[in-house]
Design a protein around this ligand. Structure first.
Ligand code: ADP
Ligand code: MG
Length: 409
């Protein structure tokens, strides 16, 4: 079930901030637009643009530029005051003409939103509400944490772990979490969350369009738990339309919007995976108790070493762990030469319930060792203090190796 993305950003200290609006309007339309702006509930600080008299207006940080397109006034670029200081305003084109070529011209001129004249009060209020929520300035030092999950062996459990670590944070912490499906081949993070996204990363792929948080937010799908998904393109062939530089931009934008971004990198290593790793705070490599998975991990660690991303060490997570298996943890740690960061038990019954009931593990098996395992892993990856296990039985199913701590920085 797809739901609209909603409010994402941290509430600024001291309550909502006034949006600074710069209005470029002709006298005919100016009065109606001002009246409509003043009638919205949004706290606004409205200024009429007067470039000739006040050139410094073009340098002042501005949240919203409203620009009326008339036959005389249709610039190649809508002005973006304050852009040099690093904050580009959201630009709203206000147009009389509804013809597609006129709208296209406004979008090419940098418009993020197009509204028609006379301004509809409801549409204006909706646009401003969205801008005010996503432009609330993040507090300094609140860049989110980026966690990438990968395994070159398909079927090890990357998607399941990514989805459930995000759910774990949603259910057991206050963190705002976004999931990004960079496994464009499988693209099944939506299915793991029982979502049917209307939008995907493809909506953000057009390199000519300047990326802003309003666009990123509208490409997300909200899960009932409160986590957000940026889904993979619907068609495999569309993945070529998403360059790795764009992936980097999308991830850094998301990191400003939420506390934790978890990326399902999947099994295919390409420029986009490397782009994600380069910016990651944690990299999780998933294995199971199979020779193929361990060989895959070995090959991955070898490649990773050669990538020279020296400030981060991947953590190995053993999934579908069974205690009495011929391939023991010891065998695995000896072969890979590094400790396991976590073991997640095999639990076919709970996983089956998730699929058949279409609900998450916290509903169908809230006391399972698997839920505890995901919560402990997610907390560890976010550097949060681990809750003490309630029952000693927990220790039997799940364990953490403190030595497995990341050696970043
Ligand atoms: N802990 C677990 N216990 C039982 N089955 C699991 C567990 N983790 C994952 N699975 C199942 O293993 C299969 C592969 O998992 P998936 O997350 O799709 O792997 P990947 O993304 O690495 O290809 C899925 O059917 C999933 O439900
Ligand atoms: Mg997968």
């Amino acid at each position: 079930m797809a739901q609209d993305a909603d409010i994402l950003l941290h509430e600024p200290a001291g309550g909502p901030r006034k949006l600074r609006v710069l209005l470029f309007a002709d006298p005919d339309n100016g009065a109606q637009i001002r009246a409509a702006l003043e009638a919205t509930e949004e706290p606004l600080d409205i200024h009429d643009a007067d470039i000739a008299a006040r050139p410094e207006q073009m340098r002042e940080p501005t949240d919203v530029v409203m620009f009326v397109f008339t036959s005389e006034r249709h610039p190649a670029r809508i002005p973006a005051p304050g852009a040099e200081s690093g904050k580009t305003p959201v630009r709203i084109a206000l147009m009389k003409e509804r013809a597609p070529q006129a709208v296209r011209a406004a979008l090419r001129a940098g418009a993020d939103e197009v509204l028609f004249l006379p301004v509809d009060q409801g549409e204006l209020a909706r646009a401003l509400l969205k801008i005010s929520e996503v432009s609330a300035a993040p507090q300094p030092g609140t860049r989110g944490r980026l966690i990438s999950m990968v395994s070159v062996t398909g079927g090890a459990g990357v998607t399941t772990i990514a989805a459930n670590c995000a759910l774990a944070l949603a259910h057991s912490t206050e963190k705002k979490v976004a999931l990004v499906d960079l496994d464009f081949q499988s693209g099944d993070l939506d299915a793991a969350l029982n979502l049917e996204p209307e939008h995907s990363i493809i909506n953000l792929a057009e390199a000519k369009i300047r990326l802003n948080s309003v666009q990123v937010e509208s490409a997300l799908t909200r899960h009932p738990s409160g986590i957000y998904l940026l889904a993979a393109p619907r068609r495999i062939e569309e993945s070529e339309q998403v360059p790795s530089s764009r992936v980097t931009d999308i991830l850094s934008m998301l990191l400003e919007m939420v506390d934790v971004v978890i990326v399902d990198v999947g099994r295919h290593i390409n420029d986009s995976s490397v782009a994600a790793w380069e910016n990651s705070d944690e990299i999780v490599y998933v294995i199971d108790q199979s020779i193929g998975a361990i060989r895959g991990a070995w090959r991955f660690l070898d490649l990773f070493g050669r990538l020279n991303l020296s400030n981060i060490a991947p953590r190995i997570v053993l999934n579908r762990w069974i205690a009495h298996h011929p391939i023991s943890d010891k065998h695995i740690t000896n072969t890979l030469g590094r400790p396991l960061a976590a073991r997640l038990p095999r639990d076919d019954d709970s996983i089956r319930l998730v699929v058949t009931r279409g609900e998450d593990l916290w509903k169908v098996a809230p006391r399972s060792a698997l839920v505890r395992g995901y919560e402990a892993l997610a907390n560890e990856l976010c550097g949060l203090a681990q809750k003490k296990p309630k029952a000693s039985l927990f220790n039997k199913f799940f364990s953490f190796s403190r030595n497995g701590k990341n050696s970043r920085r």
